[in-house]
Design a protein around this ligand. Structure first.
Ligand SMILES: *[C@@H]1O[C@H](CO)[C@@H](O)[C@H](O)[C@H]1NC(C)=O
Ligand SMILES: *[C@@H]1O[C@H](CO)[C@@H](O)[C@H](O)[C@H]1NC(C)=O
Length: 574
């Protein structure tokens, strides 16, 4: 039959798994015997034996609401979403184990798109929820080189030359090299180490909940390999100790034709236009565009990691990949940018300002104030409000600042914060009842927190963090029109359009509103429009027709210091 024919051809072609049950051949990207730890304790991986299979890990899909705040989806359906596989040429097959339905390549077409669900394809293995798609790949082809090596066999990934850029083993081995490596291990030990896990069993404070992801799977989730096409950039842009001095960090997943990937390309372009620093793009999808190359993007490094597991009990939102990217980036000083953002002139100052604020004493990421002062009134079902602020009209000692947008900047000092909260989430730990200033805060099951942004806010409040950026991720691309219409004759006056107004104020933190800072744009969801803005901004900037980035009370401010002098009560940083 067709399937046997296809298998027969596998002497020269091999089947690679498309829709993320990864390889049939082993678990969630597999630790092989080379990764076996020789050390006694703490162990970070037994390797090889008994790796659980992640069945049907997450699809190459990015939440369209990503970045914009959505109410908690308490009633989100638990059935896995169908996976649309879009692959250049090549046959695709659907099924499991021995039973396959073949979808042959369309002759003359460059893409073959298939929605992998029983609504669209025959239910050839009734009752088996492990059905998935696989696609045929030619070794050595451009497509093979652009593929996510974390979805290949270990041996295939190694022979392709896709070196390991991050892993528990690597973090453990480096942990004594310096302060950054020590922070990296402190951040990842609870995610990586089986010895840590055994100790945690003895202490009720670390009790894992029903939605926990086990330590073997967590180890897999902290592995990344470099894209073979970007190995020169990867080596050139970082230091000999393996760390990037300064880097933009982003993440994406989806076929090259998807809106998200096109947005990512504009973000990458903007970094090349307006920044001196590298951008580390983590791919959690099947492959990235063939047109992304080192020649075109000398500041780009693509790193690949496996998707999150998709099993209902342990599933996490796609955006937790942001936190994985942060933990795997090995950047001393970094700024996370979502694919619906772009970088603007002057943005590089974010790096030096971040290292001014984030240090040994204040070891938290900095995130911008959200454009809305979210509270229980907007999110009555969100599980964290009873703990942090059951009534915004009354004092809430557990909520230390206005809701932040999940666009973090950090130095290595904040890595343990990220690691701690990803661990609490991935182990589904519980925050205990506490009393603060006479306020009784009920406990919270961390695994019940739906999104990365929710978790980061909870973490910052819980640890009494108090610093946030002003709105350095301006909410809409069109607001840049106010800067594009500026001429030197206007001086420091910002007079034209919505880009000159403050972000809406609130009763608790910002009575007069929040300053906008035009270092990055957010909600840049139309790649063609973004491309046009980037060219216009670049032209104005080159011609010296670009104002200072900070806007507050309808004027431009040259620096945070100048703004602070005039408005000492402002609670946000610039
Ligand atoms: C359990 O862990 C908590 C938090 O780290 C710590 O304060 C406590 O002393 C530990 N308890 C025991 C019995 O080790
Ligand atoms: C925590 O507080 C809740 C009420 O907010 C209460 O029902 C529960 O018994 C408390 N748990 C402990 C361990 O004190």
């Amino acid at each position: 039959n067709l399937i046997l024919n296809a298998t027969g051809v596998a002497a020269i072609l091999w089947w690679s798994v498309a829709s993320f049950r990864l390889h049939n051949l082993h678990g969630p990207s597999g630790i092989n015997s080379e990764d076996v730890m020789e050390v006694e304790a703490p162990r970070v991986g037994k390797g090889g034996k008994g790796q659980p299979k992640v069945r049907g890990a997450k699809a190459p899909h990015q939440d369209p609401a990503e970045g914009s705040k959505v109410l908690p989806k308490d009633d989100a359906p638990s059935a896995p979403a169908p996976v649309a596989v879009t692959l250049p040429k090549g046959d695709i097959r659907w099924g499991n184990e021995e039973t396959w339905h073949l979808i042959p390549a369309k002759p003359g077409s460059d893409m073959n798109t298939v929605t992998c669900s029983i609504q669209h394809l025959p239910d050839n293995v009734p009752g088996d929820d492990g059905k998935h798609c696989q696609c045929l790949v030619t070794p050595g082809s451009d497509f093979h080189r652009a593929m996510n090596p974390m979805l290949m066999d270990e041996a295939d990934a190694n022979s392709l030359g896709a070196e390991l850029a991050a892993s528990c083993q690597l973090f453990f081995d480096a942990r004594k090299h310096g302060a950054a490596d020590a922070a990296q291990w402190l951040a990842t030990e609870g995610l990586c180490s089986e010895a840590w896990e055994e100790k945690a069993l003895l202490n009720r404070s670390f009790k894992a909940g029903s939605r926990q992801i086990n330590v073997e799977t967590r180890q897999q989730l902290l592995r990344a390999r470099v894209d073979v096409r970007f190995k020169t950039n990867w080596a050139r842009l970082r230091d000999t100790d393996g760390w990037y001095r300064k880097a933009w960090v982003s993440y994406v997943g989806g076929p090259p034709t998807s809106q998200f990937v096109k947005m990512a390309e504009e973000l990458i372009k903007s970094v090349h236009y307006f920044s001196e620093h590298p951008i580390l793009m983590f791919n959690f999808g099947l492959f990235t565009p063939k047109t992304w190359s080192e020649e075109r993007f000398p500041q780009l490094v693509i790193l690949h990691a496996a998707p999150l597991p998709n099993e209902p009990r342990i599933r996490r939102s796609f955006n937790f990949n942001k936190l994985r990217a942060i933990l795997m980036s090995r950047a001393l000083n970094a700024v996370e940018v979502d694919v619906d953002q772009f970088v603007a002139p002057g943005a590089d100052v974010l790096f030096s300002l971040t290292s001014k604020w984030v240090n040994k004493e204040y070891s938290f990421p900095l995130m911008p104030a959200h454009f809305l002062d979210w509270s229980i009134k907007d999110q009555p079902a969100a599980p964290w409000w009873p703990r942090y602020c059951p009534d915004p009209e009354k004092p809430c000692p557990m909520q230390t600042m206005r809701w932040c947008h999940a666009h973090p900047t950090w130095t290595h000092w904040a890595l343990p914060f990220f690691g701690r909260w990803v661990r609490r989430h991935f182990r589904d730990e519980r925050l205990p009842n506490v009393t603060v200033k006479g306020f009784h805060a009920p406990g919270l099951k961390v695994g019940d927190i739906n999104e990365d942004e929710d978790l980061l806010n909870v973490g910052l409040w819980e640890e009494r963090a108090t610093k946030q950026w002003c709105k350095m991720d301006v909410p809409a691309t069109v607001e840049f029109d106010s800067l594009l219409s500026w001429t030197p004759a206007h001086g420091h006056r910002c007079t034209n359009g919505i880009g000159c107004t403050n972000i809406g104020g609130d009763n608790r933190w910002y009575k007069k509103g929040v300053p906008k800072v035009y270092w990055t744009a957010h909600h840049a969801i139309d790649p063609e429009q973004t491309a046009t803005y980037l060219e216009r901004i670049r032209k104005h900037h080159k011609e010296g027709k670009w104002p200072a980035a900070i806007v507050y009370e309808e004027r431009f401010w040259k620096s945070g210091d100048e703004l602070k002098k005039e408005h000492p009560g402002l609670a946000c940083l610039t």
